[in-house]
Write a protein that binds this ligand. Structure first.
Ligand code: SAH
Ligand code: SF4
Ligand code: F3S
Length: 483
């Protein structure tokens, strides 16, 4: 049976069925897709392979685990090799270089498809939520078989089935949704740790950021569903959960029952089997004293906070619409450190925002020194179409921005090295994540404060908690010894 080319309807925002009915409908499509995959297996004499490549943040990584879960159920063998029969790029558009990487790699996929014409290529994620991207793909990358957006990922079984039974490019991208469909199958990357979405979208509208446009309005998941998922994960051997949202501190807004983020954390803490709780990302504007107090007294909430500052200049923070000043951010850091002297703090920083001067960058540098971050991710500002900052005039040349960026980066590295040095000689608990990528005699473990430590050990340690002595500071990680 052949399907007709699907109309390109980028701006539908409703779904016809209630989420529960929709789950069942999609389950049906998994079975239908599985029948097609079985046929393909028989014909080829081997199981078809699928490869999901993730660009961007933890949110995308979690979405990819859902895609992998569905592909596995449909009978595909998952691989990391892009020679696979089906390749899906789960894209990011937060900065232009993320987009450029996808376009570059699509060219390679096209070459492979010429060798293997039955190869299928799909694109999803944040990048394809932009209309101009879809236009470009239709025009210049017409070998792509399927494009779907961030709001209808739960429809992937249906779209997969349509793609497998059609020769045309299928496009299904929605502008927004108010719906959350639960219970998608998931194939986790690690058996012992998992991300858990607690909210979707973002309402903050920082003037440089495209996320609210491509991920839609902020929607919190029902706490009962989150707890049910965490309990199921714990029963399945997961001991570390990472609660995911663009702005976890505003969790609960719009939900009945008055639940907030600390309230949710308290419930997750009660789950037996969950030993570590992490969350990402916190916004300095919404981080409450209630959360600080809870973290300080918690055995399970990890000693790490990622608290993006973006800039150390109050003038630039105002232009970014961040909703705090340099002073109020530093004051918040003061409260955090007073409550948890051993807390590791990391951040994100943007350099080259429109109107920024070298004096503003110097203010950021002095803030980095004052906070003493354990690590900081630094980015050169990238104008995003449709965001307010894209129309603001800039005051520095590319060379000056690069000079400011390099100056900042050096301070970030020096500061991090100093901050991380204070852990030398300590004995800490590490969750072993697996064999070291470069040395098969070593394993890599993660401490509560998110620091990585490499030490002698075998693959059988993966997923276990061990005591490690931190011996040698390598900057952003340690070489240690298991006790
Ligand atoms: N929700 C999180 C971060 C989301 S995006 C928060 O509010 O902090 C991750 C990081 O990408 C941001 O913290 C920011 O530093 C960076 N970023 C976002 N938009 C950018 C842009 N247009 N150019 C450069 N960096 C950007
Ligand atoms: Fe983007 Fe700001 Fe929302 Fe973070 S809080 S996702 S930076 S708009
Ligand atoms: Fe990128 Fe989308 Fe995350 S734009 S950073 S993948 S929410």
């Amino acid at each position: 049976m052949k399907w007709k080319d699907v109309d390109y309807t980028p701006y539908t925002s409703t779904i016809a069925l209630a989420p529960e009915e929709e789950s069942l409908r999609q389950e049906d499509f998994i079975q239908k897709a599985a029948a097609v995959v079985r046929e393909m297996s028989e014909k080829a004499g081997r199981v078809p392979t699928a490869c999901v490549v993730t660009f961007g943040c933890q949110m995308n990584a979690r979405d990819s685990e859902k895609l992998c879960g569905i592909l596995s159920r449909a009978g595909y063998m998952l691989t990391e090799d892009e020679e696979a029969d089906l390749v899906i790029y789960n894209t990011c558009t937060v900065r232009d270089n993320a987009n450029q990487r996808v376009y570059g790699r699509l060219g390679h996929l096209n070459a492979m498809k010429k060798q293997n014409p039955s190869k299928k290529i799909a694109l999803c994620g944040c990048m394809v939520q932009e209309v101009q991207v879809i236009d470009k793909i239709k025009k210049s990358y017409s070998f792509v078989d399927l494009i779907f957006g961030t709001h209808n990922i739960y429809k992937f079984p249906e779209l997969l089935y349509m793609m497998l039974t059609s020769d045309k490019m299928i496009i299904d991208v929605w502008k927004d949704t108010s719906s959350i469909v639960e219970d998608l199958p998931v194939e986790r990357k690690y058996p012992f740790k998992s991300g858990v979405n607690i909210m979707f979208g973002c309402d903050k509208f920082c003037t440089y950021c495209i996320v609210p446009y491509v991920r839609g309005r902020e929607r919190s998941r029902d706490p009962k569903e989150i707890l049910r998922e965490c309990e199921k994960l714990a029963a399945d051997g997961v001991s570390e959960v990472m609660l995911l949202g663009q702005n976890v501190d505003s969790y609960g807004k719009g939900l009945e029952g008055g639940v907030n983020f600390p309230g949710l954390l308290r419930e997750v803490e009660k789950i037996d089997g969950i030993r570590r709780i992490r969350f990402m990302t916190s916004h300095p504007r919404d981080l409450s004293d209630e959360l600080i107090e809870l973290m300080a007294g918690s055995e399970k909430i990890c000693r790490h906070l990622h608290l993006p500052v973006q800039s150390g200049s109050s003038r630039i923070l105002k232009a970014m619409n961040r909703g705090y000043t340099r002073e109020s951010y530093l004051e918040l850091i003061g409260r955090l450190k007073a409550a948890m002297p051993d807390l590791a703090i990391t951040t994100d920083i943007i350099v080259g925002f429109p109107g920024e001067t070298m004096e503003d960058i110097d203010e950021t540098i002095s803030l980095v020194k004052e906070v003493g971050y354990d690590n900081a991710f630094t980015f050169i500002y990238s104008p995003r179409t449709g965001t307010p900052a894209a129309d603001m005039p800039r005051s520095m040349s590319d060379e000056e921005i690069k000079e400011g960026f390099d100056k900042l980066l050096k301070v970030v590295q020096d500061t991090a090295k100093l901050s991380v040095a204070k852990y030398a000689g300590r004995v800490e608990e590490a969750l072993v994540e697996g064999l070291n990528d470069h040395d098969p005699e070593m394993v890599t473990g993660r401490l509560s404060n998110n620091l990585l430590v490499h030490f002698k050990g075998g693959a059988d340690l993966a997923g276990s908690y061990v005591k490690v002595k931190l011996l040698e500071n390598k900057g952003f990680y340690y070489i240690g010894e298991m006790l």
